[in-house]
Design a protein around this ligand. Structure first.
Ligand code: ADP
Length: 240
């Protein structure tokens, strides 16, 4: 067991280094080009600076996610207690995402049950869960599809714990996820299609972050998908 943990840690460091090294190598390469062959070519310089800015932003996103993950892990044993209005939070995130969703030609359907009780939680972290799930629905869903965001009381008989809880879910109608990948999606840097994830600005850490936040809240995460029929990410959170 100890050796497995040790191994996972080593893999994680190797993966993180590799993810950082790729954009860094590209930056170093372009700096050399700008100092040499492209020194007197302002048009090329502008183009290269654009690529360099994008690579630098990619490193920035990755470092932000790595720091976020380590902060969440450090606080994981400490259950958050602040009362959070999950519907209010979902409505707020929906409003923030609406322009991006519309710009892509997709639409957002909100389904918030009225008068829900508050959940004990960490509002910033729960906002991060919503943000990562909505980001993914936008990234991997159908460009002109429909994203459904809902917050409902946990329905009995759906396999959730029997204690009272709320279920927050984000569903898209994109291509979905092949069954064999589903159990591994919350592993750090695990991606179904690494090229597509990177091109869309993904770090490969979004769902790992979601998993740790849900676990800190003593909740459950469920991923359901059928190929060609979209994907649904549901989070059950206990009421007390
Ligand atoms: P990334 O930064 O790559 O999006 P995540 O941890 O958020 O990292 O997701 C891991 C992988 O899970 C993604 O690379 C993608 O292959 C898959 N995935 C996540 N959300 C969806 C979705 N809504 N539809 C299809 N695939 C998804």
């Amino acid at each position: 067991r100890e050796r497995a943990v040790e191994r996972m840690r080593a893999d994680f460091v190797a993966n993180a280094s590799h993810e950082l090294r790729t954009p860094l190598a590209s930056l170093v390469g372009f700096i050399e080009t700008l100092r040499g062959p492209a020194a007197d070519d302002p048009a090329a310089a502008q183009r290269f600076l654009g690529i360099m800015a994008e690579q630098a932003r990619r490193m920035e996103r990755l470092i932000a996610d790595l720091l976020s993950l380590s902060r969440i892990e450090l606080s994981e044993h400490q259950r958050p207690t602040e009362p959070v209005d999950l519907s209010g939070l979902a409505a707020q995130l929906a409003a923030e995402f609406e322009p991006r969703i519309r710009a892509q030609g997709a639409k957002l359907e909100l389904n918030l049950a009225p008068d829900l009780p508050v959940v004990p939680g960490d509002a910033d972290q729960l906002a991060q869960v919503l943000q990562n799930l909505l980001d993914n629905a936008l990234r991997y869903g159908r460009p002109d599809g429909c994203i459904r965001l809902s917050v409902q009381p946990a329905a009995p008989g759906k396999g959730w714990p029997l204690r009272p809880g709320l279920v927050l879910s984000v569903a898209d109608d994109g291509p979905g996820i092949p069954r064999e990948h589903i159990p591994r999606l919350t592993e750090r840097f695990y991606r179904v299609d690494p090229g597509r994830s990177r091109a869309a600005g993904g770090t490969g850490l979004g769902l790992a972050i979601v998993k740790h936040i849900v676990s800190r809240h003593r909740g459950q995460l469920r991923i359901e998908s059928r190929e060609g029929e979209g994907a649904t990410f549901s989070v059950w959170l206990p009421l007390q």
